[in-house]
Design a protein around this ligand. Structure first.
Ligand code: AMP
Length: 374
C-alpha cells in the first residue's frame, strides 16, 4: 500500500552517515522533519536531524522508538539487520520493504536476482567452504575474483586469484562468510546507473556515470559517461529491468562493467543513493536524494535532466587540507563536507562537483589542487 507523506510529517532514517545527511537536507527543503537512528553521537545526519536516537541499528527498543516518532522510515545503507528491518515493516510504514535489503546484502541472492531479471553477470560459482571453492573453480577458471557473500565493500573481502597457485590466498575469506568466485571481467570502463522508482511504478534513471576508482575507493564520477549511446541505453535498460524485477521503491544503484565491444556486465547493486550519483545535486534538475525522498513519500517522480557535463571528486581524509586551500581558487567547485570530526586516511569526508565544458582543463585543475593524490 502506497501512502502519501506530507511536509510537516517525520521521515525516519536508519543510519547517520553522509547519505542520510544528504537525504535529510533534501527532505528538510520540502519541510519534513527528520529522525535518525545511529549509534554514534554527532553523526553527519544527526547534525541536521530534528530527533536523534543514539543506539545500535539492531536495538529493538530503539527501532520501536524510531517507528513511534516517524511517519515513514527509510535507510541509508544496506547492511542493516534484515530480521530487525522485517519486524519494523510490521509496526511502521517502510515503503521500501525488507526484501530488497535481504537480496542485496548477500552477493549470492543479489546475483541470482540480477540473472532472474534477465541481465548479464560475470560467470560465477558459489562456495560454502574453501574445499568447495577448490573443487568448483575450474568451472570459471583464472583469473578470477573471490568475494565474501556478505559485508564486503570498497574492495574489502575480495581476493584476486591469477592462477591455481593463488587459491590459498582466498582461504581466510571463508572465516567471514560463504563466498562467490567470479570470472575476471576485462572491462574498459566502470559505469553506474542510479534507478529510482515509486510505489506507483514510475521509474527513472539518472544519466549514466563513469566511475574511476583509486585503491578500490571511488575517486571520481564523470557524467555523462564516455560511452556510446547504445551502451548507455543497455545500461539503463538493465537497471530498469532489475528495478522492476525487485519491485523497487526508492533507489537502487547499479554498478556495471563495459566491455571492449560495448556490451555490459552487471557487477553489483546497492539499494540506496550512491556515491556515484552525488553529481546530481548540482548537475541535474533533480538530485538522487530529492528523488529518493519523493519516492518514499509517495510523490510523483521527476524525469531527470543533466544541466551540464560534470565531474564529482571524492574528498578523503588526506585531501581535506588541499580542498580547503582550493576553495578560494575555484568558485565553480561545489563543495560538500559531511561534518565528520576526524579526517582519517581514506575516510570519505566530502565531495566536490564541478560542471564543466572542458573536461581536460577541469581534470588538470583537480590534479593541481592536490585532491587527486592517493
Ligand atoms: P565490488 O566490491 O564488487 O564493487 O568490487 C570492487 C572493484 O573490484 C570493482 O569496482 C572492480 O574494479 C573490481 N572488480 C570486482 N569484480 C570484478 C570482476 N569480476 N572483474 C574485474 N574486476 C572486478
Amino acid at each position: 500500500m502506497t501512502k502519501m507523506i506530507y511536509p510537516g510529517q517525520t521521515i525516519g532514517i536508519i543510519g547517520g552517515g553522509q547519505l542520510g545527511r544528504m537525504m535529510a537536507v533534501a527532505a528538510k527543503e520540502a519541510g519534513y522533519k527528520i529522525a535518525v537512528l545511529e549509534p554514534t553521537m554527532d553523526s553527519p545526519c544527526g547534525q541536521v536531524a530534528d530527533i536523534c536516537i543514539v543506539a545500535p541499528y539492531d536495538d529493538e527498543a530503539a527501532l520501536e522508538e524510531l517507528s513511534e516518532v516517524s511517519d515513514v522510515i527509510t535507510y541509508e545503507f544496506e547492511n542493516i539487520d534484515y530480521e530487525g528491518l522485517k519486524r519494523l515493516t510490521e509496526i511502521a510504514y517502510v515503503p521500501q520493504g525488507a526484501e530488497l535489503v535481504r537480496i542485496t546484502q548477500n552477493r549470492v541472492t543479489e546475483k541470482a536476482a540480477i540473472v532472474e531479471a534477465g541481465c548479464p553477470v560475470a560467470p560465477y560459482v558459489v562456495a560454502d567452504t574453501y574445499e568447495q571453492l577448490c573443487e568448483s573453480i575450474n568451472q570459471i577458471g583464472f583469473p578470477c575474483i573471490v568475494k565474501t557473500a556478505r559485508g564486503g565493500y570498497d574492495g574489502k573481502g575480495q581476493q584476486l586469484l591469477k592462477g591455481s597457485e593463488d587459491l590459498p590466498l582466498a582461504k581466510s575469506l571463508f572465516e567471514h562468510s560463504q563466498c562467490i568466485a567470479e570470472g575476471f571481467v576485462p572491462f574498459t570502463k566502470e559505469i553506474s546507473v542510479i534507478v529510482q522508482r515509486n510505489g506507483q511504478g514510475e521509474t527513472y534513471c539518472l544519466p549514466v556515470g563513469e566511475n574511476i576508482h583509486v585503491n578500490h575507493i571511488l575517486h571520481e564520477t564523470i557524467v555523462p559517461a564516455r560511452i556510446s549511446n547504445d551502451t548507455a541505453a543497455l545500461a539503463e535498460e538493465a537497471a530498469m529491468k532489475i528495478a522492476d524485477h525487485l519491485k523497487l521503491v526508492g533507489t537502487l544503484a547499479v554498478e556495471l562493467f563495459v566491455l571492449e565491444d560495448g556490451n555490459i556486465v552487471i557487477n553489483e547493486c546497492a539499494p540506496r543513493p550512491h556515491n556515484s550519483g552525488h553529481y546530481s545535486m548540482e548537475a541535474c534538475n533533480i538530485s538522487q536524494f530529492t528523488q529518493h525522498i519523493r519516492a518514499v513519500c509517495g510523490w510523483p517522480l521527476r524525469k531527470p535532466r543533466l544541466w551540464a557535463p560534470s565531474i564529482m571528486v571524492n574528498v578523503l581524509g588526506q585531501h581535506v587540507v588541499a580542498l580547503t586551500n582550493s576553495i578560494s581558487k575555484y568558485p565553480d567547485w561545489s563543495v560538500h563536507l559531511y561534518g565528520k570530526a576526524e579526517a582519517k586516511v581514506n575516510r570519505k569526508m566530502g565531495h566536490v562537483t564541478i560542471m564543466t565544458d572542458d573536461l581536460d582543463l577541469t581534470l588538470q585543475q583537480i590534479e593541481d589542487s592536490g585532491i587527486w593524490s592517493e
